[in-house]
Ligand binder design. Sequence first.
Ligand SMILES: *Cc1c(COP(=O)(O)O)cnc(C)c1O
Length: 356
Amino acid sequence: MLDIKVTRTQTPKAKPDQTKLGFGTYYTDHMFVMDYTEGQGWHSPRIEPYHPISLDPAAMVFHYAQESFEGMKAYRTADGRVLLFRPEKNAARLQSTHKRLCIPEIPVEDFVQAVRALVHEDKDWVPSEPDTSLYLRPFTIATEAHLGVKPSNTYQFIIIASPSGAYYEEGMSPVKIYVEDEYVRATPGGTGFIKCGGNYAASLAGQVKAHELGYSQVLWLDGVERKYVEEVGSMNCFFKIDGVIRTAPCVGTVLPGITRMSCIELLRKWGYEVDCETRLPIADVMAAAKNGTLEEVFGTGTAAVISPVGELRYEGEIATVNGFQTGPVTQRLYDTLTGIQWGKIPDEMGWTQEVE
Ligand SMILES: *Cc1c(COP(=O)(O)O)cnc(C)c1O
């Protein structure tokens, strides 16, 4: 158990208009902070007024990108309760990120306690308009001032919270995806399976290129042969082909999404055949589009929950999915997951926990 010291703000901020929140624009009154010092371990857990951080310009995070992050949400139910969705899964994933980046791990129970404490403190900031949420961003940075390459001997773990608007302001609608065949996101032995800022820095060029061509996201192929589908931007990607639902296996180059995991569990419970062990060639996806067996394509991630894909472009060829309409499995997953998260349907899976 962490002994969290709480210092409350003397100057609470005005709450933003809940119908115009957007994403990642506003931040709550408080933040959680915990320090790591070699020889001492993680220490000084505290909640403080939200404030800028001051670091030495030689802090190693700026030079060698020793940084990890997580993304999760707190949801307000119609009767005013606040729920978290599988926070222990985020805690476990942060541990695997830390392991890969030589950052000391944070115990699962401490992570969950810290998240719960911050949400408790800023509970009034969890918005109540339909489909809004409090987005939570836990992250760790290497703070030692040192210009040699090695693991830092000091770190700071911080959680900030941002009230966020409905992802689909005009209702869920399919997106157009550009299949990237030049840049790669991840290679075997690399960092594709963890959440670190560096992965995103390396993905920007592909994203900019896709935007210029009128596509909202990139579908990444495997980094070795550029042959197999991996994932989309900050989402995992599912393909329903001839009745079977397929998604890339998490074998080192694909981020193990908690939404992905939850979709697989729900789909299997509903009796669908799910193949998340075999790699899927992009050529098979394009061929399925041609012969009419590409039934549905959707992305999964905390931000959008489920994002239907209406079009894929690969090497100049265009595949339209389900007549650019959201498919029935896509819709059912969206309704079920958001139903559980916002407490609209019973949580038979035991995935949510309430924050008092
Ligand atoms: C965070 C993330 C996802 C989605 O993970 P969730 O736990 O479902 O939010 C997928 N791909 C990448 C690259 C990510 O960073």
